[in-house]
Design a binder for this molecule. Structure first.
Ligand SMILES: [Zn+2]
Length: 245
């Protein structure tokens, strides 16, 4: 059990989460400040996740952690863009939606995405950590009503699987490109799950986001962090606020 984790923003949806003797790496397609390289040296248990093959979520370069990593958790679609041989078969889990891995003091469950690949629930040392990948309510202004209704339905269908679940920390897109609808997915997600702290992602080049008074239900505000610069770091105690260094 560890009562705090330190989160470092890599880029886009890329994060490093360090707590106790473990380090989790999510969607590391570019690690400007070499945060993951350092963690790979310092942490005996390194777990590397990639939610799908899109270039802004996955880089074949993460195979360089083949020796350091305790395990890779990779979405099945990555097989088609990067040779599976680059990842050691004895410690790589290829995940489709609704797969799970339980062992080695880590439990990982994959959920569906509304784009390619999966999202992840990671349970480790008493923490429940959700990383959405590209799961979101992708409502694009100017798109056809049919497409936007399809996007909404896909999102709501998947939310039913997540209803009421508790997450100590959730990483979820609040993408500036969506304009007025950028918060719809995260807002619904926070209202329907028992998320204790929210980190927003997938908004490179847009201003730092802050929730307005409409975002949370009254009396149910939770700590949020919307990083902008690669290498930004926050520490989170369980049930507490984000604290910068
Ligand atoms: Zn994406």
């Amino acid at each position: 059990m560890t009562d705090s984790v330190t989160v470092t923003y890599l880029l886009n949806s890329g994060f490093l989460v360090v707590g106790g003797d473990f380090a989790l790496v999510f969607d590391d397609f570019r690690d400007v400040t070499h945060a993951v390289d350092k963690a790979a040296k310092n942490h005996p248990r390194l777990y590397v996740f990639a939610s799908h093959a899109h270039f802004d979520h996955f880089s074949p370069e993460i195979a360089k952690y083949a020796d350091a990593a305790s395990r890779f958790f990779l979405s099945e679609d990555i097989r088609s863009v990067s040779s599976p041989r680059n990842f050691p078969s004895d410690k790589t889990s290829w995940l489709s939606k609704y797969d799970s891995f339980d062992g080695d003091n880590i439990k990982v469950t994959s959920f569906d995405s509304t784009d390619e690949g999966t999202s992840f629930l990671v349970e480790i040392e008493g923490w429940r950590i959700f990383h959405a990948g590209d799961f979101n309510w992708w409502h694009w202004e100017g798109d056809t009503p049919e497409n936007n209704s399809f996007a909404r339905n896909g999102f709501m269908k998947q939310m039913k699987k997540l209803d009421g679940m508790m997450f100590d920390i959730a990483f979820f897109p609040v993408d500036g490109r969506l304009g007025d609808s950028m918060t719809w997915g995260a807002r619904e997600f926070c209202r329907r799950t028992d998320t204790r702290a929210l980190v927003t992602m997938h908004s490179v080049g847009y201003p730092r986001w802050r929730p307005d008074e409409e975002f949370f239900e009254p009396g149910r505000e939770i700590p949020t962090w919307s990083p902008r610069e690669s290498g930004e770091t926050m520490t989170l105690r369980k049930g507490g606020e984000f604290k910068g260094k």
